[in-house]
Design a protein around this ligand. Sequence first.
Ligand code: FE2
Length: 293
Amino acid sequence: MTVTIRQVGPCFAGEVDGLDMREPLTSDQAAAIHAGMDRYAVLVFRDQNIDDAQQLAFTRRLGDIEHAIGTSLRAAADYRLPTTFADVSNLDRGNRPFARDDRRRLFAIGNRLWHSDSSFKATPAKYSLLRAVSIPSRGGDTQFADMRAAYDALDEETMAEVEDLVCEHSQMFSRQLIGFFDFTDEERERFKPVRQRLVRAHPVTGRNSLYLSSHAGSIVGWPIPEARAFLRDLIEHATQREFVYTHKWRVGDLVMWDNRQTMHRARPFPADEPRDMRRTTLAGDGPTVAHAA
Ligand SMILES: [Fe+2]
């Protein structure tokens, strides 16, 4: 089958036809997907009724996996899925929705803020692949913002100002924004900030993106309130409607996005309904800035 892609978002995001993820991915198909990701930054695959093993095999054909270890408040004994998957569901080990005030749920509500996956890791993620296993009766959309278009639309003065800035990212910063401060000493250690460039050039196309995320809580060399106000303005700029694609999930969808070129956020849904979303992640090539050993 030949892979074809047509644009579905306002300025980016493509829907892919001619691919069945139950079949092994050929090198031609893999090349077409990478080229599609370089161009569209978000790819939608509808009606892929695959299982975990098939999602994992498909992901591995595209690159190296980033494992999800210690990135949520789930204890290892609570994991519902192996660490090859990020469990983006609201479900406990017994597949029951978390209680409304469960701190694992409250921490995960941070995903409703605009972010780029794993921007809080020294080597942040390349692609994320999210599959809908079950969806709530309403809500729960995922929105994506094109950070290349956002960069291109900056005025000249701001473009010059952001060029060499370095931010510090931590999951604690994003949670503070929603009033979640309840971290143990072990979690504070685990969620220590890492540095990321604010502007990233795409390794293939050379296009610049604003590398923003709600995990960014400071700019190196700037006073904190000034940095946070500046970052807030940039996020507001970057998430204007003309830069945003909203994905309305159907069971069997898989959506893949490039974390280097986009931000995304989940939208709310009823707390008592299961939303079972399973993410595989491709590891990035390396840090965006040099880190002290
Ligand atoms: Fe995410």
